[in-house]
Design a binder for this molecule. Structure first.
Ligand SMILES: Cc1cc2nc3c(=O)[nH]c(=O)nc-3n(C[C@H](O)[C@H](O)[C@H](O)COP(=O)(O)O)c2cc1C
Length: 611
């Protein structure tokens, strides 16, 4: 499932096969031209020439747009052709205002990247075209529109697509601008109230067409491979026609390979030539070497922009009275993260990182709001003292979900992932997982979580012991005895299913996803640590992607870090979770990469080396 992002050969359009059925198939040359225009259509923002667009060319392009398919043949579009400079200046001012507001809401690294992007060419192009939609055209019996009124808008978008392709064939660049308040723009264009703006397009001849989307070249976002988008029969069964269906977890694990030894050696060698005493950057030198090994290049790309994914879920073991907090706090804190009011939001704002919240198992219905990714496996796990916390299928689904979140965040342009978590009672589940994966004693691993008295603490240890006794997991043995009602144990997925929270399983998948894409993932505290134990048990090379953000005050975290062989970057006695400790370490990881990239070497700077 997770492999490299894309290459031109991933594109089946590049393969020359005989068409079928042959008599209706276009000749090869004409098919090539069709696929060529599809592949070479670009959203163009730069390099427009001032030459006017002849009326006959514009007419052909508009006629192509007008041949688009439409719901019930309703043809809901109209095209408003704009050339007047004063009008375009007013429209450009509208777009500037909204792009300014968008920029103001971006986290630091994204804001800097956005500043470098060109997002409209309203005044650089000789002609602008607005494509509108009339949702009422054709009357109440328009075929196909009754249950899906939005098919009217879909139809107008298809007109845009036709226009865009025809324009490319004519050598005309087209840029789509959507930084508008739709009603404001409609008023400027004199659109009647029953018409809405679908697209604002800027057209003109260009000096050249870029081979790749500008947003991809600029590192803002990446292309998803076509295989990620194709599912056989049911959503989630990914695979291209003619290929064996994917096993998402097995493919994910197979995609994780060891770090690049050559890049690591080059990074070590460069550290020694940098204008500083050898070894003087301490642990950060090793961080830079590991980043190079992961990326397979020296220097590695800067790990920015970064995104914290806060995986949230509830736990059946809460019923055992292991936490002083009511379970509803999980959902309430999710609302707080989304409103920007939690500590992780403050730390992320300071570090210039984005915060996204993933509901993998909160025991409440959450309102859909921007920033929330609804990926609920189930509304909370079962109590692991009474049976397995989740089924094996649920554990696998959560692992795959976490990996997909990693993949989507990387496709959206992030170059560093940061783990976060929220789930009342999740330190209890973490303690059980850590004992199961490391063989450590529950009394050594179990901590006081958010703060509990001595009696509750003793009870919490007893709950962990009871869970372990019930499920008897042995992650290293394939013939471990199953207790009645347990999932098949003796494997990391079984261990996750027995004790895990959905956030643990999803975080394990998130770590595996990062490793498969060779993007660093900064781990927060004990919850992320427990998840990393599962990830590394599934794919030992995943450790190459993991950077321990901090050492949590939870005792199980120290056990986990030594088992994983990771050295925490920050050790401040934090025990909050949410991703806070990991976000604090983000500037350290970024600085390590930047130093390797930016610091001059003795030879380049003409500085004498130590004798
Ligand atoms: C609905 C829609 C709205 C878009 N709005 C903007 C925009 O406001 N500014 C911009 O620069 N590009 C905009 N684009 C262009 C996309 O960024 C571009 O299509 C995408 O990066 C893929 O690149 P490509 O079209 O060159 O393949 C828009 C595209 C679509 C389909």
């Amino acid at each position: 499932m997770i492999t490299r992002m894309t290459t031109p050969m991933d594109n089946p359009m590049n393969h020359r096969d005989s068409g079928y059925p042959p008599e209706q198939c276009y000749p090869q040359e004409q098919r090539d031209a069709v696929y060529r225009v599809i592949a070479e259509r670009r959203d163009v923002r730069r390099g427009f020439r001032p030459d006017p667009v002849p009326a006959d060319v514009l007419g052909r392009v508009l006629a192509a747009a007008h041949q688009a398919p439409s719901v019930g043949l309703s043809q809901p579009w109209d095209f408003i052709v704009i050339t007047d400079r004063a009008r375009r200046e007013r429209i450009a001012a509208l777009a500037r205002r909204h792009s300014g507001e968008f920029a103001a809401g971006l986290p630091g690294a994204r804001a800097r990247a956005f500043d470098q992007l060109k997002i409209e060419s309203i005044l650089d192009t000789p002609v602008n075209i607005v494509v509108s939609c009339d949702r009422t055209r054709g009357g109440r019996h328009t075929l196909g529109r009754r249950t899906q009124p939005q098919t009217a808008e879909f139809s107008s978008v298809l007109a845009v697509a036709n226009l865009w392709l025809a324009a490319r064939a004519e050598g005309l660049g087209v840029g789509w601008v959507s930084f508008f308040d739709e009603r404001e723009l409609a008023a400027e264009l004199g659109l009647p109230a029953h018409l809405e703006v679908i697209a604002y397009l800027c057209l003109g001849y260009v000096t050249s067409f870029a081979a790749e989307p500008e947003l991809a070249t600029a590192g803002w976002a990446r292309r998803r491979p076509v295989a990620w988008a194709v599912h056989a029969e049911e959503y989630g069964h990914r695979g291209m026609p003619g290929e064996a269906p994917m096993d998402p977890l097995a493919d994910l694990i197979a995609a994780i390979t060891p770090p690049d030894a050559e890049a690591m050696a080059a990074a070590r060698e460069r550290q020694d030539r940098m204008t500083k005493p050898r070894g003087s950057l301490g642990v950060l030198e090793e961080v830079s070497v590991r980043l190079a090994g992961l990326a397979g290049s020296c220097p590695p790309p800067l790990p920015e922009p970064a995104c914290v994914a806060v995986f949230a879920a509830d736990h059946g073991v809460h019923a055992q009275g292991v936490s002083p907090w009511p379970q509803e706090v999980t959902a309430q804190m999710v609302a707080n993260f989304l409103a920007g009011g939690a500590v992780v939001n403050a730390f992320a704002a300071q570090a210039g990182a984005e915060v996204t919240v993933v509901d993998v198992g909160v025991a409440a219905d959450l309102e859909p709001v921007p920033g929330l990714l609804p990926r609920k496996i189930a509304p909370g796990t079962a109590d692991f003292t009474e049976g397995p916390a989740m089924t094996r299928e649920q554990a696998t689904a959560a692992l795959v979900t976490g990996a997909e979140i990693a993949r989507d965040l990387v496709a959206a342009g992030n170059r560093c992932l940061v783990t976060g978590d929220m789930g009342i009672a999740n330190t209890t589940a973490s303690a059980a997982l850590i004992c199961a994966f490391t063989g450590a004693d529950p009394a050594e691993v179990t901590g006081r979580g958010t703060g509990i008295d001595a009696a509750t603490y003793a009870h919490k240890i007893e709950v962990v012991c009871r869970g372990l006794a019930r499920h008897l997991p042995d992650p290293n043995s394939s013939d471990s005895p199953d207790s009645p009602g347990s999932p098949a144990l003796g494997d990391p997925v079984g261990v996750l299913a027995a004790f895990g929270g959905f956030e643990h399983a999803a975080l394990a998948g998130f770590i595996l996803g990062a490793a498969a894409l060779r993007v660093p993932v900064i781990l927060d505290g004990v919850i992320a640590g427990a998840a990393a134990l599962a990830a590394v048990a599934l794919a030992p090379d995943a450790i190459a992607a993991c950077f321990a953000g901090h050492r949590s005050a939870e005792p199980g975290h120290t056990v986990t870090l030594s088992h994983l062989g990771l050295r925490p970057l920050v050790d401040l006695g934090l025990r909050l979770g949410e991703g806070t400790g990991a976000v604090l370490a983000l500037p350290l990881v970024q600085s390590a990469a930047r130093a390797l990239r930016d610091v001059a070497t003795f030879d380049s700077a003409g500085v004498a080396d130590k004798l």
